[in-house]
Design a protein around this ligand. Structure first.
Ligand SMILES: [Fe+2]
Length: 295
């Protein structure tokens, strides 16, 4: 069975490529590690590929890469996908530092690239910007959220961490509470992208950098209910929501089946569950600015 281990990077289409590159350099401190026919590739300060930006008519997240185990058998994976009616192909040198991927589309047409080998790019902490630890999760609207859950659970090995009602799901592929989110809605469309920060002092630095760049915070800082992460949100120049977070719930032992206990948990232990929309009480922070959560 395909078993995804972590999110690699996202390919984001943008109508103003150089503006988007500048945004990620200035605010996030991402470094350009390559420019080619596939787009402009950016890595974190520690050298992990986080984003490929591609010029296109509309802002859109067109593909996601995920790491699988080093010895993963792409031939066996391709057979599994074919048995489910999904065609795939092996591609060579698709992204800087990634020699090979297995490429296919998910049930809504978002392209997935699985990789099993990769290289760090040169670490470069000289530039300014925030320096998030990683691209942590991606959230999408999906026209049939149950079908999407079945695809990511049954074919890619994700587990459901939490639901809000029956319309909003959090799915994990490692210890992080969620690596992908899906909302019932017209799609596929990006709802938000999220970068992990070290801690709350890093989040304060984030707010200072946003202010210095005259970028308005749309929501937060706050502590969420599901996932219990501290988060702050803004909109990027393409009007997409970007989240920074820290203190996300961790399930370090799947056999035990609960998230590492924290003082702010509602349940002891905190297990995956269905949350009633808006009903959690342990979170803190103010509601989003008017209009911020428009889609
Ligand atoms: Fe999020």
């Amino acid at each position: 069975m395909i078993k995804i281990q972590r999110l690699g990077h996202a390919t984001i289409e943008t109508p103003e490529l150089e503006r988007a590159v500048e945004y990620h350099q200035q605010l996030n401190g991402l470094n350009v590690v390559g420019r080619d026919g596939a787009g402009v590739h950016l890595a974190t300060k520690v050298g992990q590929l986080a984003m490929t930006l591609v010029e296109a008519r509309h802002a859109h997240c067109s593909r996601l890469s995920f790491e699988v185990a080093p010895g993963a058998d792409f031939t066996a994976y391709a057979k599994e996908l074919a048995a489910a009616g999904i065609s795939s192909q092996v591609r060579s040198d698709p992204f800087p530092g990634t020699p090979q991927v297995l490429t296919f589309n998910d049930c809504d047409g978002t392209t997935i690239d699985l990789f099993r080998e990769w290289k760090f790019h040169d670490a470069d902490a000289r530039g300014g910007g925030l320096g998030p630890l990683k691209l942590g999760h991606m959230a999408f609207f999906a026209p049939d959220v149950q079908r999407k859950v079945a695809f990511y659970r049954d074919l890619l090995g994700f587990r459901v961490s939490d639901w809000i009602g029956d319309h909003f799901v959090f799915m994990r592929c490692n210890t992080d509470h969620h690596t992908v989110n899906f909302f019932q809605g017209d799609g596929p469309r990006l709802h938000h992208m999220a970068f992990e920060l070290r801690d709350f002092s890093h989040m304060q630095q984030c707010c200072e950098i946003l202010a210095s760049l005259r970028i308005r915070i749309g929501w937060g800082p706050l502590r969420q209910g599901p996932g219990h992460n501290i988060a702050v949100y803004h909109r990027n120049p393409d009007d997409q929501v970007v989240e920074y977070y820290c203190e996300l719930d961790q399930m370090k032992n799947e056999d035990l089946g609960y998230f590492d206990p924290r003082p702010w948990h509602e349940d002891r232990p905190q297990r995956p569950k269905v949350w009633e929309p808006g009903a959690w009480t342990s979170g803190w922070g103010t509601p989003p600015a008017p209009g911020f959560m428009r889609n």
